[in-house]
Design a protein around this ligand. Structure first.
Ligand code: AMP
Ligand code: MG
Length: 417
């Protein structure tokens, strides 16, 4: 058996370079994708000096003596709503009524907020506070200046990034192409839907893995169900390798008589080139790991994960091995991995020593004192998917006798607590 960290390191070492394939996408389609290159500003944001407040644009020097007891009267010479270009300047003793976001008129060097003013007749305003030069003025380029590297390559695009890019008129953006991920189920017992003949079950892994791929920010491609037939499985794997960046199969990777996925990957690697390994990883669940890289017809390196058939094992194996890989292919560096955080055990996590790291499905919540705590999310057998469905974390219970309630243990967060 090899350790979890070893298994993950071997996979990382065999993958193609992070974010090797790039593409140009519309801004609206860029959420969650990773910038392929630096974005350099050609313009200023904001494009002109403007007011941060509704009020009056003034010359600060006119307000030196202003106070609530001795307000200063200025002559109002115009009005500037947002979106309007100034048509005249502010001279000594003058003010222009101005709304948030409107450009600063020539001559004015400060804004007095409307709350510190009072209209005085048709053409006057009383100012009751001294304004400092630059007060309530947002300078041109105060957010972004031309030549600035606004966002560096590798930035994961969140909604605010898209807003900044739009303000710079970047309608499209060059990103690392999200991995295209083929999802193939194997097994003579599987049907997609409908009534079950004796001995048959419905395919739970394909919809689950497809959704996990989507959640990871990649693009699932449905390769259906393959019967337990070596030639058929091999043909489907070859087809997936030639059209996708990653292939996830489930089932047929243990030591049963019909476990053809291993043989098929191995044969394809021998024929096309690449690497292949079948490992026993010191974890429970998801011990068997079949992983290969296969040379596609066009020369690309495609990662193939033979995930275990039991749905919980399949899910856990995806989280530990496949998800970081397909995110790295999509350009994620530090954000390829799920966060592992310290969480308080709300109940005892007992176990027996067996040389393995146990990954218990847990529900993580915020305790009354604000500290994260976890408890098991139901029955823990590797075929009981409902326990996984209610989990938002994987508690990593080290080899030994487990931990008592109140102790702290590392938990990989799968969702927000
Ligand atoms: P295998 O490794 O192919 O022998 O599969 C191990 C267990 O997982 C068996 O009980 C299979 O019936 C089950 N299994 C395999 N694939 C799926 C699937 N796609 N959906 C639900 N159960 C599956
Ligand atoms: Mg099978």
């Amino acid at each position: 058996m090899i350790s979890l960290a070893d298994a993950q390191a071997r996979i990382r070492a065999a993958l193609p370079p992070v974010g090797a394939r790039t593409e140009r996408v519309e801004l609206a389609a860029a959420l969650g994708l990773v910038l392929a290159g630096d974005v350099v500003a050609a313009e200023s944001v904001p494009p002109f000096a403007n007011t941060a407040m509704d009020g009056y644009a003034v010359q600060a020097g006119d307000t030196l003596t202003a106070s609530p007891e001795t307000p200063v009267r200025l002559h109002v010479v115009g009005e500037l709503p947002a979106g309007t270009a100034p048509s005249r300047s502010v001279g000594r003793g003058e003010a222009i009524r101005i709304m948030t976001g409107a450009p600063m008129p020539e001559g004015a060097d400060a804004v007095v907020m409307v709350e510190r003013t009072q209209r005085d007749g048709d053409d006057g305003v009383l100012i009751d506070v001294m304004a400092a030069v630059g007060e309530h003025v947002r300078p041109a380029g105060g957010d972004v200046a031309p030549g600035d590297v606004v966002f560096a390559a590798g930035t994961v695009l969140h909604p605010a990034h898209l807003g900044v890019l739009a303000s710079l008129d970047h309608q499209q953006v060059v990103v690392c192409a999200p991995a295209r991920v083929a999802v193939l189920s194997t097994g003579d017992e599987l049907v997609a839907h409908g009534p079950l003949a004796p001995g048959k079950i419905r395919d739970a892994n394909r919809p689950m893995l497809g959704a996990l791929v989507t959640e990871a920010g990649a693009l699932p491609v449905d390769f259906g169900i393959a019967r337990d037939d070596e030639a058929l499985i091999r043909a489907r794997i070859a087809e997936a390798v030639d059209s996708c960046d990653v292939l996830l199969t489930s089932g047929a990777v243990s030591v049963g008589d019909y476990d053809f996925v291993k043989v098929a990957i191995e044969a394809l690697v021998a024929e096309r080139g690449g690497s292949y390994e079948w490992q026993q990883v010191a974890i429970k669940p998801a011990k068997p790991l079949a992983f290969g890289t296969v040379r596609a017809a066009d020369g690309r390196t495609v990662a193939v994960f033979g995930l275990p058939g039991n749905p919980v094992s399949s899910h856990v194996s995806f989280e530990l091995f496949a998800r970081p890989a397909l995110r790295a292919i999509g350009g994620h560096g530090a954000t390829a991995e799920r966060p592992v955080v310290s969480v308080r055990a709300a109940e005892a996590f007992r176990r027996r020593p067996d040389g393995k790291l146990h990954l218990d499905r847990v529900t993580v919540t915020v305790g009354a004192d604000g500290v994260l705590e976890c408890r098991r999310s139901g029955f823990q057998a590797s075929n009981v998917l409902s326990g996984m469905a209610n989990a938002n974390g994987l508690a990593m219970v080290a080899d030994g006798d487990g931990v008592e309630a109140g102790a702290t243990l590392p938990v990989m967060l799968l969702d927000t607590p």
